[in-house]
Ligand binder design. Structure first.
Ligand SMILES: Nc1ncnc2c1ncn2[C@@H]1O[C@H](COP(=O)(O)OP(=O)(O)OP(=O)(O)O)[C@@H](O)[C@H]1O
Length: 275
């Protein structure tokens, strides 16, 4: 962490200092690194990363997203920057920038044809993730969100060992084997010495537009009991909302209004009121 950064927000411990940490460069001044994890694919982890980044940016902070989901990158499309490519400055990669000024680095922005699959082995993927930290002209960033690939495998391990991650947000959905997944995430976080800021349950309910009643499409939620069992907080419960899917498809995730994310924004920034 640079000298110009504020200390960790109230209640959030100072970042751990793992042995394998990769240095950033003199053109990167990143204050806080927050990782977004999920136990399995398709639960809305990239969506929650995008929404959290948008809300924290809206609150007046300088925000970046490091898309560590190297083989399944979806962040650029959600922000409509998938037509851009990363250029270089002083031998470093310069992030793409969204309409509201969020900086994005993703493998999707390195390919001429984003339908081409990246058929790379683990070590190559891990090395790209490290380069997205060390070889990028990040400039001044208050909050860097790292969109992890699903699970607790190779890349999350690389991220926790190489980057000064301060906190983790775990995204789940009601139909997952939530308890096991939360336990895995808690165990990984403990082993890596990184605090879990809390859980976000996506696809939690569907609110009927006619009668306003909430329906549990993917089954009843047990997230509150599970959170209690493992001593973590529930930061948000996100509805199934066709407007969300449409905005993501149109590259307009920044335009969404998501008041149900307030708790997660506060947990990340430590702010009770936005800047
Ligand atoms: N609450 C929701 N309401 C409507 N659509 C949603 C919601 N959550 C996610 N989606 C849609 O579901 C799809 C998958 O979401 P997303 O890419 O965020 O999942 P993921 O967990 O990051 O997937 P992966 O494991 O492949 O990285 C996206 O098209 C997204 O817009």
């Amino acid at each position: 962490m640079s000298d110009t950064c504020n200390s960790a927000p109230q209640g959030m411990p100072e970042p751990p200092k793992p042995n394998f940490q990769v240095p950033s460069n003199e053109n990167s001044n990143i204050c806080h690194v927050i990782a977004i994890m999920s136990g399995k694919g398709g639960v809305g982890k990239s969506l929650m990363t995008s929404l959290l980044a948008s809300r924290v940016s809206e609150a007046g902070y300088r925000v970046g997203i490091l898309d560590a989901d190297i083989t399944g990158p979806s962040i650029p499309k959600a922000f409509g920057v998938d037509g851009q490519s990363l250029h270089s400055r002083e031998n470093l990669m310069v992030p793409a920038e969204t309409k509201s000024g969020i900086k994005i680095v993703s493998s999707n922005l390195l390919l001429d044809d984003d339908t081409e699959p990246l058929i790379w082995r683990g070590p190559m993927i891990a090395s790209v993730v490290k380069q997205f930290w060390s070889d990028v002209y990040w400039g001044d960033v208050d909050y860097l969100f790292v969109d992890m690939p699903p699970g607790t495998g190779d890349v999350p391990l690389t991220v926790f060992q190489s980057l000064p991650v301060e906190g983790i947000v775990v995204v789940t959905s009601p139909q997952e084997l939530v308890s096991m997944i939360v336990e895995k995430a808690v165990n990984m976080a403990r082993q890596m010495n990184v605090p879990i800021l809390g859980l976000v349950e996506n696809l939690s309910y569907y609110e009927c537009p006619d009668c306003g009643k909430a329906h549990s499409i993917f089954g009843e939620s047990h997230i509150d009991e599970i959170a209690k069992t493992y001593g973590v907080k529930v930061l948000a419960k996100a509805p199934i909302d066709a407007n969300i899917a449409a905005a993501v498809d149109a590259g307009k995730v920044e335009t969404l209004t998501v008041p149900w994310l307030d708790g997660a924004v506060a947990a990340v920034t430590g702010d009770k009121t936005e800047k």
